[in-house]
Design a protein around this ligand. Sequence first.
Ligand SMILES: C[S@@+](CC[C@H](N)C(=O)[O-])C[C@H]1O[C@@H](n2cnc3c(N)ncnc32)[C@H](O)[C@@H]1O
Length: 432
Amino acid sequence: MTATAPSFAAAAENFFTGGERAANRNTTTFADNMKLPVHRWFRYSAGYSAEWASSLMRHWGVKRVLDPFGGSGTTCLAAQDLGVESIGVEVNPMVARIAQTKLLWAEDAEELRSRVRGVLSTAELERPVDVPTAPLIEKCFPDRDSLLDLLRIRDAVLEQRGRDNIADLLWVAFLSIIRACSPAGTAQWQYILPNKTKSKVAEPFSAFLAAGEILASDMEMRSFLLGPNHVSSTILNEDARTLNGVDDGWADAVVTSPPYANNYDYADTLRLEQILLGEIEGWKDLRSLRDALLRSATQNVGRWDAHEALESPLMAPIIDEFRPVYDELTEVRRERAGNKAYNTMLAGYFYDNAQVFQALREKTSAGAKVCYVVGDSAPYGVHAPVERWLGELAVNAGFESWSFTKARDRNTKWKNRKHTHPLHEGYLWIEG
Ligand SMILES: C[S@@+](CC[C@H](N)C(=O)[O-])C[C@H]1O[C@@H](n2cnc3c(N)ncnc32)[C@H](O)[C@@H]1O
C-alpha cells in the first residue's frame, strides 16, 4: 500500500516547503521548548517542539486533538494556545503527572510564591531525613550537606501532597531542581551519567526559590495571554494501545510522536527523580513500568513471546516483509556479544503500534488528520522501514492513506554500531 491522498499529501508537503521545512529543523526535539513559559518547567528530552505542533494544528484548523503518546504535555499546551481542545495519553505515571501539573498554570501564582517560602521555612528546621540507600544517590550527590538540604525540601513538598493543586506545582518545582543540584551529567536522552560531571551545580534552597519563581511568573504570563476562558485540556495516565477514557470519534486530529524503535529505555528516564522521591528503590523496581511501555527497547520486552505478534491478524499487512527481518535479527543476535532481543523488540514494536492505530481509528472522526513524528531503525544493522510499515498498519486499521515527509537524517543512536545504514526522521501523515 502506498500514499494515495494527493490533496492531503500535497498540503502537508507544502507546509514544509517555502522555508517552513528549514525553519522547522528543530521540530523533532524539545530544545526550543526550554524558552517557552510552562513548557520549560521540566526538560523532557523525549519531547518535541511546541511551536511546530502549534503551527501544524493552526495549518489544519482542527478542533479536537489527541496525543496518544502525550509525554510532558507539549501537544496539549500548544493546542490550548490555539483554542483547540486536547487530550494527551501517557502511560508513565510520573511523566503524566508532570504534564497534568503543567496544565495547572491557571492557579494562583501569589499563593504558589507564598507556599514556596513556606516549604523553605519548613526545610530550614533541619529535621531528620530518610536518605535513599540506592548507590545512585551517593554517586549523584557527593556533597552530603547539599543532599540533606535537597531531601528536607523534598519532605516539606511531599507533606503537602494531595492537599490541592498548588501542592502539585510545588512537586514539579522540586522535580525541576533535582538534576540542577547534582554535579552528575545527563546524557542527551536524559539517562543520568554519574561519572560525567558538570561544573555548575545549584544550591538546593536558592534553586527551589528560583524554580518557584519561574513557575509563578509563567503562570501569570500564560493567564494574561490565554485569559480565564481557555479550552479544556486533559492528560490521562492510560495506555495508547487502548486509549481508555477517550470518547469514540472524539478527535479530528492526532499529533504525536511514539517512542522510536531505537532501544531507548523510557522507563529509565526519570529513575533518579523516582529514587529521590522515594517512589522506587532502584533499577529492579522499574519492571512494571517497563512492561507497560510500548515495546521499543529490549528492556520493555521481558519474557513476552513474539509469536503473539507474528501470528496476529493485526500484523497481516506487513508480515511478509517483516518476517525476513525478524528471522535475520534472530540469526544476527547469536553472533553478537550482547545477544540483544531486537527481533522480539521489533515484533513488539509493530504489533503495539498496530494496536495503537486500531484504538486511534475508534477515537477519531471520519476524515481525521494524523501526524506521527517518527524515525526508522536498524538494530544490528538490519533495517526496518518504520514509516512505511506504520503507514500500512494505519491503513489496515481503517485510515485511508499515508505519506511521509523527511525532516532530517539521523544516524547517531547506534553509537557502537557496526552498520552504516543511513537513518532518518520525519512526519508520517495519515488521513481518513
Ligand atoms: C517521544 S515521547 C513523546 C513526548 C511528547 N511529544 C513531549 O513533547 O513531551 C513518547 C512518550 O510515549 C510514552 N509511552 C510509551 N509507551 C506508551 C504507551 N503504551 N502508552 C502511552 N504512552 C506511552 C513514553 O513514556 C514517552 O513519554
